[in-house]
Design a protein around this ligand. Sequence first.
Ligand code: ADP
Length: 196
Amino acid sequence: MIVIFLGPPGAGKGTQAGHIVKRYGIPQLSTGDMLRAAVAAKTPVGVKAKAIMDAGDLVSDEIVAAIVEERIEQDDCAPGFLLDGFPRTVPQAEMLDAILTKKGRAVDAVIELKVDEAALLDRLRNRIKETKARGEEVRADDNEETFAKRLQVYREQTAPLIPYYKGQGKLREVDGMQTVEAVSADIDAILDRIQG
Ligand code: ADP
């Protein structure tokens, strides 16, 4: 089962991903996490990506597609995987389709977490507060200024994926303004049908 999570920053993709990983036994492939690991390890990709990410811009399509292609070749991705943060542009979606076609695989469902934009800033402020309360370091791009930029990038570059996947008949909308449990239940209903 190959599933894509779509939604603006703060939509709850990370929270719901944890639930899916547990329930369906497929790994979560977060390009944001992979890129942050590359930054921390100071790999050539990480060195290139750091300033771009800190500014809230997108790393090049070729770089992220190569990272994802390498990752899905690993054994744990054989039963399927959940993509979180990828694809983020239409060219990335086309690259993903090409990569999967080569392997005789295809995306099963694209779950769009729909949220009110007005709620996103509150969620960000909460996330910053909670991260600090845990004594952890706040992400370099988790501040109000960069967040506004990330939201703009989402609207301009990522939202066009909605008609792209609607056209493929794969888009499934979920109301992300519900409680965490209710959102999970809606996602389960969609994925249970796919798993049959
Ligand atoms: P969010 O909290 O917005 O979902 P992520 O953790 O997914 O953020 O990503 C953080 C940053 O990493 C993005 O703002 C971008 O710079 C970079 N990034 C992650 N995934 C991609 C991608 N598929 N294409 C380009 N850049 C990406």
